[in-house]
Design a protein around this ligand. Structure first.
Ligand code: ARG
Length: 274
């Protein structure tokens, strides 16, 4: 587009030069400037998909030892971005409760963060087709397993959760005014182990991953109950149907060609549920 524009600019300049020699400089400058800024904008947009996430949420998004981000969501959005024709997918780590504000102010183009599609959020962003089925569960200390045989028994007790999550909202319903909310999920887990709260309300796949790491989760167990049915979606700025369509089409291709299953098995070692 840039080249086409420049040559059209030259032809225009040539024609003008024949007729009005005096105006030549002004017109050439206007034509060239207009073209350059147009092509610069379209190139920047075409190259990089800016993705926001909150990367303390293994196995969906977390940092490798060298600081690079990885996980199910990170691999999925990289593959979707490639399908959608982006040269680069830049995954940016930020606080979970800062993700929707960042998309609303155009600091990022999209969010993938194990983010549950909720009515409330759908007023502020648009969501892709669901890409993962999830639900909440509660972690407690093993030594309290008899005291808290079910989630109901935890009502009114101090609970921990991550700020701005569906876990925090559910915890608040169970124990109004008694929820300690943390910026990151590992902080909530640590608080449970330090006996600063009686339970952590969090997405079950993340709880299961935490429990599978025997050192970190020593003395912690899960109440065998799934509290909610939730679906994760990829968010875009409200009304950005162009990007939403590309993401949905990319997701569909990856589901159809087996790439989604491969990524799923790598991180969950199970057949996809949906
Ligand atoms: N699914 C929950 C929610 O949407 C928790 C997501 C937390 N994600 C994260 N990357 N920390 O509220």
């Amino acid at each position: 587009m840039g080249l086409e524009c420049v040559s059209r600019g030259r032809a225009l300049v040539f024609a003008m030069k024949l007729k009005f020699n005096g105006l030549f400089k002004t017109l050439a400058c206007a034509a060239a400037f207009g073209c350059m800024s147009l092509s610069a904008a379209s190139v920047a947009e075409a190259e990089t998909l800016r993705v926001g996430t909150e990367a303390t949420y293994a196995p969906f998004e977390f940092a490798n030892a060298d600081g690079s981000l990885t996980g199910f969501d990170v691999e999925l959005i990289r593959a979707i971005g490639k399908e959608a024709g982006y040269d680069d997918v830049e995954v940016i780590n930020m606080p979970f409760d800062g993700l929707i504000p960042a998309i609303m102010t155009s600091q990022i183009d999209t969010i993938i963060a194990a983010m549950t599609i909720t009515e409330e959020r759908a007023k502020r962003v648009d969501f892709s087709e669901p890409y993962y089925t999830s639900g909440l569960s509660v972690l407690i200390l093993e030594e309290n397993a008899a005291k808290y045989p079910n989630v109901n028994a935890l009502k009114g007790q101090a609970l921990c959760a991550q700020i701005g999550t569906t876990g925090a909202m559910t915890a608040e319903k169970l124990s109004p005014g008694k929820v300690k909310a943390f910026n990151t999920e590992p902080e909530a887990f640590m608080e449970l182990k330090a006996k600063g709260c009686e339970g952590v309300v969090n997405d079950r796949p993340i709880n299961l991953y935490f429990l599978s790491q025997s050192d970190a989760s020593e003395g912690v167990t899960e109440i065998n109950e799934i509290l909610t049915a939730e679906k994760y979606g990829i968010a875009v700025r409200k009304g950005n149907t162009e990007l939403l369509d590309k993401l949905n089409a990319g997701l569909k291709t990856l589901r159809d060609n087996g790439t989604y299953d491969q990524i799923y098995q790598k991180w969950f070692k199970l057949a996809p549920k949906d």
